[in-house]
Design a protein around this ligand. Structure first.
Ligand code: 9UX
Length: 72
């Protein structure tokens, strides 16, 4: 069973930033599909919550030097 959530992203200044985040999220175990929208500063992520948490995703984005929080 997968779930879909949106992350609000901060700190992206160019298209390559968006690509870096997208690649990073897609590399996490349990992420089925992540896509980043640079203009909207959002990522939508489909993932398996028994494998990966939104906390892990936020940590990943922060490790890459950007900010993220769960859209509520
Ligand atoms: Mo280019 Mo976006 O260094 O950080 S990837 S501005």
């Amino acid at each position: 069973v997968t779930e879909k959530k949106e992350l609000v992203l901060t700190g992206m200044t160019c298209a390559a930033c968006a690509t870096r985040i997208e690649k990073g999220l897609n590399k996490l175990d349990g992420v089925v599909q992540a896509s980043v929208n640079l203009a909207l500063e959002k990522a939508s992520v489909e993932y398996n919550p028994s494998v990966v948490s939104t906390k892990d995703m936020i940590q990943k984005v922060e490790d890459l030097g950007y900010g993220a929080m769960i859209k509520s």
